[in-house]
Design a protein around this ligand. Structure first.
Ligand SMILES: [Fe+2]
Length: 466
């Protein structure tokens, strides 16, 4: 796709945005744009247990909280996970293409339960479907008789430099009415083929004793998306579930039991950091809440991982990490600073295209800047424009129980291109090896409305255009 056609898409959407919002929504400051759109300031509350989207499917012991995840490094395998509430269910997954939907079968490799304080989980099944064809729709069936359920997914095209692919981007989702609206908007958008999820899923830990029933309700709420397309997850602070006061001292227990990722396929030793290739993208998920200092397993893994990325095969290099490295809100100030100091020079050296984060419950997109010159004596510690640097996007605006971050650092720093305190989601539409169209949509009075959009030029193949 040519640069001009990407610009045509942009122009059209910008015009649409102004037609929808004739009144000025933006104010310019020393930096970029701070949107003056003010969202309603009602408190965010989790939906009650009897909300429609939390209801289990009918039938005795019917599989629920069904989800899929990429199961290998290349996109030819899928992990199917589900929970049965009353007893271990049949381990078999039948799957196949349209003409013969039950042609193949696979067996769940594990069925586990866990306890968390006074909560006992259902029976968590994980089943790997492998040797799949690329770019193919598969149907799969779990359970038996009246309790059986059928879903489908489409495998990604074979990895290649000019393969178009569209990702949704969601973070800090939770299970409030706003969370549900964000998810509905993403589904209505219909363009996303997989989700890049930047951490903080259920927010169960905001309830007494980390009420793990909220992991179940969350799993049922998101099934309408995640049973049909993978959510490539990274862990946030709300996945830690470290609660020594109630005897729970194993960090990430519910998350790791429930959400499987193919970390071994990228030679990682932990599900908290791993990579996958998908179409023309190479996605690296990192953990803000695991050690990343020099010599640690995560540091060593990333050090070995970045040189492996072949931009001739996967031009788009995307990092997911929960805590933002650049953030101009007055929330979580400097929490991402130690990782920035540790890893930013690598992100610049390897020309990472995008670093996607959550944690701050609002939206922000940076300019391409770096701050890697400081050496203790040179006082050189200010972010500067850098064409080799990633764009940093903070998108912790899924709509969780903790509400919006509405307080900005003033004046807006020069590295901040656009920021707005609204809930929403984004779409990253990779066109080819050089261009990707990106758009962020706010939740606006029940609608998803374009708030920010930009054409990204690939750092490896594109020009040095900022
Ligand atoms: Fe967070």
């Amino acid at each position: 796709m040519s640069s001009s056609s990407c610009m045509d898409s942009l122009s059209l959407l910008v015009v649409s945005a102004f037609l929808l919002f004739p009144t000025a929504l933006f104010q310019l400051s020393n930096g970029g744009v701070t949107s003056s759109f003010i969202r309603k300031s009602e408190p965010s509350v989790d939906m009650p247990f009897d909300a429609d989207v939390f209801q289990p499917p009918p039938g005795y012991n019917a599989p629920q909280q069904v989800r899929i995840m990429q199961g290998d490094h290349e996109g030819k395998a899928v992990i199917v996970s589900w929970v049965t509430p009353s007893e271990p269910g049949p381990r078999i997954v039948f799957y196949g293409m349209a003409e013969e939907k039950r042609r193949y079968k696979a067996h769940a490799s594990s069925v586990t339960t866990y306890r968390f304080f006074d909560y006992s989980s259902g029976f968590i099944h994980h089943c790997l479907l492998k040797n799949l064809e690329h770019d193919t729709e598969y149907f799969y069936q779990i359970g038996i008789g009246e309790s059986s359920r059928q879903f489908s997914f489409k495998t990604p095209p074979a990895v290649g430099p000019d393969v178009p692919y569209t990702f949704g981007i969601i973070g800090d989702l939770g299970q409030t009415y706003d969370s549900n609206e964000t998810l509905s908007h993403y589904l209505a958008n219909q363009r996303g083929q997989a989700v890049l999820f930047v951490g903080d899923l259920s927010y169960a830990d905001d309830h007494p004793n980390h009420d793990n029933r909220r992991w179940d309700t969350f799993g049922r709420m998101i099934e309408r998306s995640i049973a049909y397309q993978p959510w490539i997850t990274t862990a946030g602070n709300h996945e830690i579930d470290f609660a020594p006061e109630i005897g729970e001292v194993a960090p990430f227990k519910p998350y790791k039991r429930r959400y499987r990722v193919p970390y071994k396929a990228s030679q990682s030793t932990s599900p908290l950091w791993y990579s996958v290739k998908r179409a023309s993208a190479y996605i690296i998920a990192l953990s803000s809440y695991s050690a990343y200092g020099k010599y640690t397993p995560q540091y060593q893994w990333l050090q070995n991982e970045l040189p492996k990325v072949n931009r001739t095969e996967t031009p788009w290099l995307i990092v997911l990490v929960h805590s933002p490295l650049y953030n101009s809100y007055n929330y979580h100030y400097m929490e991402g600073e130690t990782m920035r100091v540790q890893f930013e020079s690598w992100f610049v050296e390897y020309k990472v295209d995008l670093v996607l984060s959550g944690h701050v419950h609002a939206y922000e997109r940076s300019e391409r800047v770096s701050n890697i010159a400081y050496n203790i004596t040179n006082n050189d510690a200010t972010p500067i424009p850098d064409p080799s640097a990633p764009v940093y996007i903070t998108i912790g605006d899924g709509g969780n129980i903790e509400g919006l971050a509405t307080n900005f650092t003033e004046p807006q720093p020069s590295y901040s291109a656009y920021r707005e305190a609204s809930f929403g989601h984004a779409i990253l539409d990779i066109k080819n090896r050089t261009h990707a169209y990106y758009a962020w949509y706010r939740n606006h009075d029940g609608n998803a409305v374009l708030g920010d959009s930009v054409c990204f030029y690939n750092r490896y193949w594109g020009s040095n255009e900022r």
